[in-house]
Structures are given as structure tokens and as C-alpha cells.
Design a binder for this molecule. Structure first.
Ligand SMILES: Nc1nc2c(c(=O)[nH]1)N[C@H]1C(S)=C(S)[C@@H](COP(=O)(O)O)O[C@H]1N2
Ligand SMILES: [Mo]
Length: 258
């Protein structure tokens, strides 16, 4: 199952409901200030992303990413990659305003969980204003609110054999379903949250509604959108193309540190 809609263009009507928001030009202008002036694109061209060893040599794993002020927030958070998934299951959730959507927490846990948005919003939350850096050479500052992944993992109870968290998404990009993964130390990082709000509003479809991860010390492609499940595993070798993520399977660095 590729998950592509068989219901044709009719399913695209939510686009005109404005959930995606803004025209392309408008969305770009929200980030121009930073995208054009930041050190970031030049840095990546020359050096590539931090590998795990390089980052570990410079900063400890629990070092915090820089946080910004309200004044730094881009007027529109740019969207990238999948911005309007057409997978049937996803479109059903959009139609129901995500009322029946649940985040499954499974794999190497003591107690698998199934959490609704109401459940997630009732858990402790963290709000952070951070800069998102995409390898395509743009950056954007946004305010994210969500539940620290740590709380979810503590509730589920991580088994001793678990080494990675796999983020299972609902969107098909090209031929494959998007997914990502990170080490437990990054999953327990204080700024790693499962975000449901962006700039004080529920996430738009374009930015990963209803839930996406924020791994603030990592590049844009690690920030998995449209979450369906988080899975605790001891290895990701048998998942997807075996490299730990959608873009990793196509050759990107798995660690993706910044
Ligand atoms: N599920 C899913 N997550 C994803 C992507 C995607 O296509 N699908 N694209 C990634 C990339 S490359 C970037 S830069 C960011 C973009 O997030 P945004 O649309 O909120 O800017 O999401 C990342 N997470
Ligand atoms: Mo990206």
C-alpha cells in the first residue's frame, strides 16, 4: 500500500480551507531575513552537518540549543518536504480534525501507550523559541509548544535493551513513508518535545499536524512531522532502507547535528 488517495482531487479541499496558509512567496518572506544572512548555508556548503563524533568533541550531549525571543519569531514558519500529505489515513484524520488520532508508543517499552491530543496536552509542557536549519540552505525561527518526549518515555517505561527512538510518520514522500530516529540521549534531551503548537496555534498541516518532534540540536530533516507512532528499538537496520531515516536512506548523515 502506497497510501495514495484513490478519491482524487476532492480530498484536496482542505487546501482551500486555508489550513496550509499563505502563498509560496509569503511563506518564503517569513524567513528571508535569516535565510539570506545566516552563516548557516555557507557553513553547510563547506563543512556539512556535524557528525556524532565531531559534535561530541565540541559540546556535551545535554547542551542546550540557543533559544530566541518573541521578537525573533518569523511571521510565517516556512514549510518544506511534505506539506500536504495525500495519504488516505492522514486525510481521514484531517477531515475529523484529528479527533480520533492517537500517538502509539510501542516496541521495547514496559507499557505500550496510545495517546490522544487531549492526553498529550494534559501532560507537562515546554515552550521554546528556536531556529530550524534546513540543509537546503534556509533557517526559520519559531515558537514550539509540546510535551517533552522524556515524559512520554517515562510513562511507557523504556526497556534496558532499547537504544533508539524511531519516529513513524503518516506521509508518503516520493515512494516511501517518512520516518526518522535518534538515540535515547537525544530523546531525553530537555528540549526534545513532541510539539502540537507552533507560534501559539495548533500545528498547521504544512508544518506537521497534529504532532511533530523537535530535536533542537539537529538539522531540519530530523524534525519528523505527521507522527503516528514512536517505537523503541535496539536497531533500525531492518526499518525502511536501514539507515535510520527517510533522507538517511538516500545518503544523508544520520546524526544530523548542529
Ligand atoms: N513527515 C515528514 N517530516 C519531515 C519532512 C517530511 O517531508 N515529512 N521534511 C523534513 C525537512 S527536510 C524539513 S526542513 C522539515 C520542515 O518542517 P516545516 O515544514 O515545518 O518547515 O521537516 C522535516 N520533517
Ligand atoms: Mo530540510
Amino acid at each position: 500500500m502506497k497510501g495514495k488517495t484513490s478519491k482524487g482531487n476532492g480530498r484536496r479541499r482542505f487546501l482551500t480551507r486555508g489550513l496550509v496558509g499563505g502563498g509560496g512567496a509569503l511563506m518564503l518572506s517569513g524567513c528571508d531575513k535569516l535565510g539570506n544572512t545566516s552563516w548557516f548555508s555557507g557553513f553547510l556548503d563547506k563543512a556539512g552537518p556535524f557528525t556524532e563524533a565531531a559534535q561530541a568533541a565540541v559540546t556535551p550531549a545535554n547542551a542546550l540549543a540557543r533559544e530566541y525571543t518573541e521578537a525573533d519569531i518569523a511571521p510565517t514558519f516556512r514549510a518544506n518536504g511534505s506539506t500536504d500529505p495525500q495519504d488516505d489515513d492522514y486525510l481521514d484524520h484531517v477531515d475529523a480534525d484529528f479527533a480520533d488520532w492517537k500517538l502509539e508508543v510501542r516496541g521495547l517499552v514496559d507499557k505500550p501507550l496510545s495517546l490522544s491530543l487531549v492526553d498529550l496536552r494534559a501532560m507537562p509542557s515546554r515552550t521554546q523559541i528556536t531556529r530550524h536549519d534546513c540543509v537546503e540552505g534556509w533557517s526559520c525561527i519559531g515558537k514550539w509548544k509540546g510535551v517533552p518526549l522524556k515524559h512520554v518515555l517515562e510513562q511507557a517505561g523504556v526497556k534496558a535493551q532499547a537504544r533508539f527512538v524511531v519516529f513513524r510518520c503518516m506521509d508518503t514522500l516520493g515512494e516511501n513513508i517518512y520516518y526518522e530516529s535518534c538515540r535515547l540521549v537525544d530523546a531525553f534531551h530537555p528540549q526534545t518535545i513532541l510539539a502540537y503548537d507552533l507560534n501559539d496555534k495548533p500545528l498547521l498541516v504544512a508544518n506537521g499536524a497534529p504532532l511533530r518532534v523537535r530535536l533542537e540540536r539537529k538539522l531540519g530533516y530530523k524534525q519528523a512531522k505527521y507522527l503516528a507512532a514512536i517505537e523503541l528499538v535496539d536497531s533500525y537496520a531492518k526499518i525502511g532502507g536501514g539507515k535510520g531515516g527517510y533522507w538517511e536512506d538516500l545518503g544523508y548523515d544520520w546524526y544530523g547535528g548542529i
